[in-house]
Design a binder for this molecule. Structure first.
Ligand SMILES: *[C@@H]1O[C@H](CO)[C@@H](O)[C@H](O)[C@H]1NC(C)=O
Ligand SMILES: *[C@@H]1O[C@H](CO)[C@@H](O)[C@H](O)[C@H]1NC(C)=O
Length: 352
């Protein structure tokens, strides 16, 4: 009898907690689906622009996940560290050696492209070449690497395992280029060493040293504004989300619980402080704005949703303007008047 009492109470209590439990589980799953990044690929980008036979530039950048780690300006002989931990555990000598390798590569790359234009009649200036290479390390000792090249914005070449491979859609002259590249055993071995060994080693160091920066959680700030719609009788509602880290974020215009599928997301843009900015736009008929809200989900919010209700921005802005004018009229003008009177009085006293 006594024992069944508490148990009888327990069942309803468990039932009462069930929705909370479900919400918690939901929040966990939701949080994860927001893209809690587990792996951080290391990507080195080379951007080379050849305006004509004598004018060209090559710039380099490196990113670990969403964080920029290195920068190599065309005008500079040295690779700059963007983060205090960008050198990893490489010694000064090791880093110098690596840098010299890239210096030699940069000047021979420029020369080779200039030679290519002379040799291949169908290749003309201006030329844009982009190269993306790097690696990603996984738990244990596993890693993967990649090496892709684009010419005039089209993907044409990759390095796979031990050799270069042109993509089938590449222009015909790439067959000769690929053959020449693959004939250079020294270059192939160097690339394999960089991709198979140097890159994963650096990335393991960077993941360790940069952990606080990589896992930093910065909460988003959000605000609404009104834009100009291109369609007559429509309004454009803007939801600005800024200052968040990491990069994955979910922003949606909602009516009640319903996603407004016509929400347009801009690109996620970098802020100067390493956080991110995103704008989500909704174009609606002027009479349809009631009940709309912008929802923001981000890993830093730990499963909570930030909701900003649209409270006709236009009107409230006008309201604020009126209030400011009223303050000026009620407070400032009389005091200005008072000062004026005081001044006149003082002058009057001086005149005496
Ligand atoms: C990981 O790989 C490196 C060489 O890349 C090797 O020296 C090391 O012993 C390996 N570690 C493990 C745990 O397999
Ligand atoms: C580098 O890794 C590739 C596989 O990605 C392998 O085929 C190649 O033999 C490796 N080369 C060296 C020098 O370790």
């Amino acid at each position: 009898m006594l024992k069944s009492g508490p148990r009888a109470v327990q069942t309803p209590r468990a039932m009462r907690f069930l929705p909370c439990l479900l919400l918690w589980v939901f929040a966990r799953v939701w949080g994860q689906s927001e893209g809690q990044q587990e792996n951080f690929p290391f990507r080195c980008l080379q951007i080379s622009s050849f305006a004509n036979s004598s004018c060209s530039r090559t710039d380099g950048l490196a990113w670990l996940g969403d964080l920029q780690t290195h920068r190599w300006n065309n005008a500079s002989d040295t690779i700059s560290f963007v983060k205090p931990w960008s050198q990893g555990k490489f010694s000064h000598q090791q880093w110098e050696k690596l840098q010299r390798l890239f210096q030699v590569y940069r000047s021979s790359f420029t020369r080779d492209i200039q030679e290519l234009v002379k040799m291949v009649p169908s290749v003309h200036y201006p030329i844009e070449i982009q190269l993306s290479a790097g690696c990603e390390v996984y738990s244990g000792n596993a890693s993967e690497n990649f090496f892709h090249v684009a010419f005039q914005g089209e993907y044409i070449l990759s390095f796979q395992g031990t050799s270069f491979q042109r993509v089938p859609e590449a222009p015909p002259w790439m067959e000769m280029v690929t053959r020449v590249l693959n004939g250079d055993l020294g270059t192939r071995e160097t690339i394999q060493q960089l991709l198979n060994d140097t890159c994963p080693r650096l990335v393991r160091d960077l993941l360790e040293a940069g952990k606080p920066d990589l896992e930093k959680q910065e909460k988003p700030r959000a605000w609404l504004s009104s834009g100009l719609s291109t369609t007559h009788g429509h309004r454009q509602l803007l939801c600005h989300v800024s200052g968040f880290h990491p990069k994955p974020v979910w922003v949606m215009w909602m009516k009640g619980e319903q996603e407004q599928k016509s929400t347009q997301r801009g690109d996620i843009l970098p802020n100067a402080d390493g956080t991110w900015y995103l704008r989500a736009t909704l174009d609606v008929e002027a009479g349809e704005v009631a009940g709309l809200a912008c929802w923001v989900k981000h890993s830093s919010l730990e499963g909570q949703v930030m909701i900003l209700h649209w409270a006709d921005g236009g009107h409230s802005a006008v309201g604020i303007t009126i209030a400011v004018v009223a303050v000026v009229v009620v407070i400032l003008l009389p005091s200005l008047g008072f000062c004026y009177i005081r001044k006149r009085q003082r002058r009057a006293y001086r005149d005496i």
